[in-house]
Design a protein around this ligand. Structure first.
Ligand code: CTP
Ligand code: MG
Length: 831
């Protein structure tokens, strides 16, 4: 005896005590697939015969069953299941998880049960229980089918000897088919257009309505082959032939379903185009009707293809239903999700499931006519209303290109105007949902997964939602940069040699040293014109772009300055021929806005200058007083030293203070040309970035080039030159430099940049007298900072990659928020 059960189902073993359920289960299922009530009783009370705990044991059992089934795992319930209530719970669990149910009934004669029972040391209850069980089983056998079990197998002792259980893939599981595919939208009897489209796609369509693709491609029809159009019969013939020949797949549409009912003699309303189909079919033979009936009977409501990466269903499908089988899954596939209400024209009001779709599998569907097929959250509606005078559309997979054929005429007047969205993804992105962010995240980047803890994400969400810019502008956030290893040299905390040695050790041969401007980090997204802000970034207000800080906040308090700056930048890029050169209408630049005092004025006033002036005053007075006391030389010397340190400190911050009266006093020094349309320029070297930006900076004095030097790590001479360059820079009051690997994206173990700050600059950071405490400060720990630097770097690039590949806003923003979330973790701010 051979029984076939679906690969994913809930199996109920039904039988009296000692009928052999547990024995059977062990023979045919994996231990982890079997959930036995005894086991859960024991789990809770150490006693598998404890009947008092039955309720809780079953609660737990079904909880586990639900989790397993939701995870797509076949599950077996090993309990007597002789009572209707117990079985009702099993059916509920299956229904909730949209899986099929299989009842395996062990029908064993009462005498055998008794014999076995007496032989068992582990069952103490009286034989009357067995008798009751036998009686209940007889009753159960009568009602199982009515209760709703999908498969019922009654097994007698003799069957058990020879029984084999075979697991069959679900009908919807075509994961092994990897394509290439050509998905075709709703045809609705538009035979001529279908034929034209297939030929356009490279299919050979013969006179006798057979079609195949010479390269072995498979056409996949999203359903609604029939109704409204001029030749549903032709469409049926062609598609049926293709499906039969294995050159096409087809899922069931709501119109196909209705035709099926009509043909099988069920009473359906012959309207919404069925009247045309019925009329066209009337001219065909009875055999053909039967053939059509058989074809329609055999249609499945959805398919999972290509290792689970693709799902096709007529009206689409939410992720939870992929590869499931239940009435409501089928209902969804055919009709989509509706509110249950109707609009003024009597059509059901639909819920926009695609807007909420977050699944990894691409979902290809039709059903709702739209003017053009567009991706929304990894889903695409291919119904471009051919029968309403629109187009017939196909999607080629894996190429993801669209092919279209215009309708030859309007065969049917559309009830409502076809949805016409310029950019459907942007419309869906209009509102971000907190559920997408306020939880633990595993963000996949080009170099691996970055994990963000829930608490950090929530903290980031909290500040971002109050202070950050419109998320649609935030396509990148810069990473933190770690200092080089702490120097061993006397008098210094940071020195370039440590950075060079580090990169040498990482196996690099060249690095680029860039002057570290003392300003404020600024990201500029510059558009060619305000149309671009609207169409590419989804902005509704007139704008040429945006300038924001490293925490995603508006850089300027004054919108007029920002506007003027963006106009200048956009015009400079125009003059430079940049837009043509890069085939783009926008650019994302990462750089530094100078002077520092412009943005940091309050920090300067409240922190540095007040410290500077209070301490100067106090120390000067102390020195004056001490000079009058000949016996206080030691104390005087100390005060003088402190005063000298303080003078250096004041000098250090004054270096970066300039008055800003107008735009002319500002400078933007970009050092990364991050992205343009379709491209993230992380595939170029830092040298390329330096040279390209240097060239652009000649087009407006507002732009500053960043001085740089390439250091060859194989040459000691070159290394020494690099060191000298840093010494010259810092001696002249510059902050220091940043050393970057020549390749923009090093491997994950390697820091994407290291900063080496000058001795005097660090006085601002560590305090006027830090040079006195160098030995203590050398103990600073860099590990966490480095870890963060690489993760933020890769998240930032991932955000850009997602933006240039037109991914949904929530996908881009999860990276942006990820950077902010990593920043919420406390790390020594002086690093
Ligand atoms: N047994 C048997 N022949 C079979 C199956 C089972 O002799 N074909 C014996 C087992 O070895 C065991 C007893 O019958 O000693 C009960 O089998 P078990 O599988 O434990 O029965 P269950 O139906 O699981 O009983 P319960 O409901 O009490 O758990
Ligand atoms: Mg048992």
């Amino acid at each position: 005896m051979n029984i076939q059960i679906p690969e994913l189902c809930l199996v109920a073993l039904i039988g009296a005590s000692s009928s052999g359920k547990s024995t059977f289960a062990k023979q045919h299922f994996k231990p982890t697939e079997i959930l036995s009530s005894d086991y859960f009783r024991a789990l809770l009370t150490d006693d598998e015969n404890n009947l008092e705990i039955t309720r809780e044991a079953f609660e737990l059992l079904h909880h586990v069953a639900r989790k397993r089934l939701l995870a797509g795992k076949l599950t077996v319930i090993d309990a007597t299941s002789l009572q209707k209530d117990a079985r009702a719970q099993i059916l509920r669990t299956a229904k909730e998880t949209d899986v099929l149910t299989v009842a395996l009934v062990l029908d064993i004669p009462e005498e055998t049960l008794m014999e076995r029972h007496h032989a068992r040391p582990d069952r103490e209850f009286p034989v009357s229980v067995i008798r009751k069980h036998a009686y209940q089983l007889k009753n159960s056998l009568r009602s199982l089918e009515k209760e709703g079990f999908r498969q019922i197998h009654v097994l007698k002792p003799e069957d058990l000897q020879t029984l084999t259980l075979e697991r069959k893939p679900l009908y919807n599981n075509l994961k092994h088919l990897t394509g290439p595919f050509d998905f075709v939208g709703d045809v609705h009897g538009c035979f001529a257009e279908l034929r034209e489209l297939l030929i356009k796609l490279g299919y050979v369509v013969t006179e006798d309505l057979q079609a195949h693709h010479p390269e072995g491609r498979t056409a996949v029809f999203v359903g609604d082959l029939v109704d409204r159009g001029p030749d549903s019969v032709g469409v049926l013939r062609l598609v049926m032939n293709m499906v039969k020949a294995g050159t096409a797949l087809c899922v069931m549409g709501n119109h196909d379903e209705k035709l099926k009912k009509h043909l099988s003699g069920k009473r359906v309303q012959v309207r919404h185009g069925l009247e045309q189909t019925a009329e066209q079919l009337a001219a065909t033979s009875h055999e053909f009707h039967q053939e059509v009936s058989r074809f329609l009977e055999g249609l499945i409501s959805h398919y999972v293809l290509d290792q689970g990466n693709l799902v096709v269903a007529h009206a689409g499908l939410i992720e939870r239903y992929h590869g499931r089988t239940s009435a409501r899954v089928r209902e969804f596939c055919l009709y989509g999700e509706t509110t249950g209400e109707s609009d003024e024209e009597g059509l059901p009001i639909r819920l926009d499931w695609a807007k909420d779709y977050r699944g990894k599998a691409r979902v290809i569907y039709g059903h709702v006519p739209v003017q053009k097929a567009q991706w929304v959250n990894n889903t695409i509606d291919l119904d471009t209303g051919c029968v309403f005078g629109g187009k017939l559309t196909a999607l080629q997979y894996p190429e993801l290109t669209l092919a279209e054929v215009a309708a030859h005429k309007e065969y049917c007047e559309p009830g409502t105007k076809l949805k016409n969205l310029l950019n459907a993804q942007q419309a869906a992105d209009h509102t971000l949902r907190w559920q997408d962010f306020a939880r633990e995240k595993f963000i996949e980047t080009a170099v691996g997964t970055v994990r963000i803890h829930e608490a950090n994400n929530i903290a980031a969400l909290e500040t971002a939602s109050r202070f950050a810019l419109d998320p649609r502008w935030l396509i990148f956030l810069p990473p933190t940069v770690s200092p080089s290893h702490t120097s061993e040299r006397p008098d210094l905390l940071e020195h370039p040699e440590d950075a060079f040695r580090y990169y040498q050790k990482q196996g690099l041969s060249q690095v680029v040293c860039e002057e570290k401007h003392m300003g404020s980090r600024a990201i500029a997204v510059v558009c060619r014109n305000s149309d671009v802000a609207r169409t590419r970034f989804g902005m509704t207000t007139e704008s040429l772009g945006v300038v924001y800080s490293r925490t995603g906040r508006a850089f300027f308090n004054d919108e007029q300055i920002e506007k003027a700056l963006l106009e200048r930048l956009s015009a400079a890029l125009e003059r430079a021929g940049f837009w043509e050169e890069f085939q783009t209408n926008w650019v994302c630049l990462d750089g530094e806005l100078l002077p520092w005092s412009f943005k940091a004025l309050s920090l300067l006033k409240e922190q540095y200058a007040s410290t500077g002036s209070a301490a100067t005053h106090a120390l000067q007075t102390a020195v004056q007083l001490l000079q009058k006391h000949p016996d206080a030389t030691a104390v005087l010397q100390n005060a003088q030293e402190r005063l000298s340190n303080l003078t250096d400190y004041v000098q250090a911050y004054q270096n970066y203070c300039q008055k800003v009266d107008s735009l002319e006093d500002l400078k933007f020094a970009p050092f990364h040309l991050l992205a343009t349309e379709g491209q993230v320029h992380s595939d170029k070297t830092h040298l390329w970035h330096m040279e390209t930006l240097e060239r652009l900076s000649t087009f407006d004095p507002l732009l500053a080039a960043t001085p740089y030097q390439v250091v060859d790590l194989h040459s000691e001479e070159s290394i020494q030159q690099g060191i000298q360059w840093w010494e010259t820079l810092t001696r002249s009051g510059k902050e220091g430099m940043v050393v970057k690997p020549m390749q923009f994206v090093p491997d994950r173990r390697t820091q994407p940049a290291l900063k080496i700050r000058g001795r005097e600059y660090l006085r601002i950071i560590y305090g006027p007298e830090y040079t006195q405490h160098l030995d203590r400060l050398r103990g600073r720990a860099l590990g966490a900072k480095r870890e963060r630097a690489t993760r933020e770097f890769h998240l930032g690039l991932e955000a850009l990659n997602r933006f240039v590949t037109h991914q949904p806003l929530w996908k881009i923003h999860e990276c942006i928020l990820g950077v902010l979330a990593l920043e919420t973790e406390g790390i020594d701010p002086r690093l």
